[in-house]
Design a protein. Structure first.
Length: 171
C-alpha cells in the first residue's frame, strides 16, 4: 500500500484502532515539533525548579562562583530556564526562545567539558548539554508545531529577523 510508505507519500493511513485515519506529513511534522518543544520546555522547567527548590538560589549562586562564573549569572540562568521552559511548553515565540536558550546550554556544555564526554562521568560530561544545544537549534528551525500560542505584535516585531512563528496547525 503506497500510503503506508511514510517517506514516499504526502499522507499516511493508519492501521489498528484508528484504521483509515489519514495524517498528512505536514501534520506529522507539526506534532513532532510540538513533542520536541514540550519536552524541551518540561526539561528546562525542571532544571530551573531544581536550582530554586533543591539547590536553592543562594546555593546556585555559590555553585556558579565556585566554577568561575559570576554569581549574578545564576539569576539569569534560573530565569531563562523557568521562563523559557514555560514559553516552550505554551508554544510562545518558540524560535526566538529556543535561540535565546542556546547561550545557557553553551555555558553548561563548557562547564561540563573537563569532565569528559559521558554525562554519567563524575560531575557530568558534556554529551547531554551539547545534545540539548543541538535540539534547541532543531526546534528553532522547525518552529512551534501544533497547538502553540501566537502573539501578533511580537510576531510582527520578530518578522524582520525571520524569528516569527508561523500560524499554528491546530487539529
Amino acid at each position: 500500500n503506497q500510503a503506508d510508505k511514510i517517506g514516499n507519500s504526502d499522507t499516511t493511513t493508519t492501521t489498528g484502532p484508528a484504521q483509515g485515519v489519514v495524517f498528512s506529513q505536514a501534520r506529522q511534522a507539526a506534532y513532532a515539533a510540538s513533542l520536541l518543544r514540550i519536552s524541551l520546555g518540561v526539561a528546562f522547567l525542571a532544571h530551573g525548579f531544581l536550582k530554586v527548590f533543591v539547590f536553592t538560589i543562594p546555593g546556585t549562586v555559590a555553585f556558579f562562583e565556585s566554577i568561575g562564573y559570576p554569581g549574578f549569572m545564576a539569576y539569569g540562568v534560573i530565569a531563562a530556564e523557568v521562563l523559557g521552559g514555560v514559553a516552550l511548553i505554551l508554544g510562545l515565540q518558540v524560535r526566538a526562545v529556543s535561540l535565546a536558550m542556546v547561550p545557557v546550554m553553551v555555558g553548561a556544555t563548557l562547564q561540563h567539558l573537563p569532565n569528559g564526554w559521558l554525562f554519567s562521568a563524575e560531575g557530568g560530561g558534556w554529551e547531554f548539554p551539547a545534545l540539548w544545544t543541538v535540539l534547541l537549534f532543531v526546534q528553532a528551525l522547525l518552529g512551534p508545531g501544533a497547538y502553540a500560542i501566537r502573539v501578533g505584535f511580537i510576531n510582527r516585531l520578530l518578522a524582520p529577523f525571520r524569528l516569527h512563528d508561523p500560524q499554528p496547525l491546530n487539529a
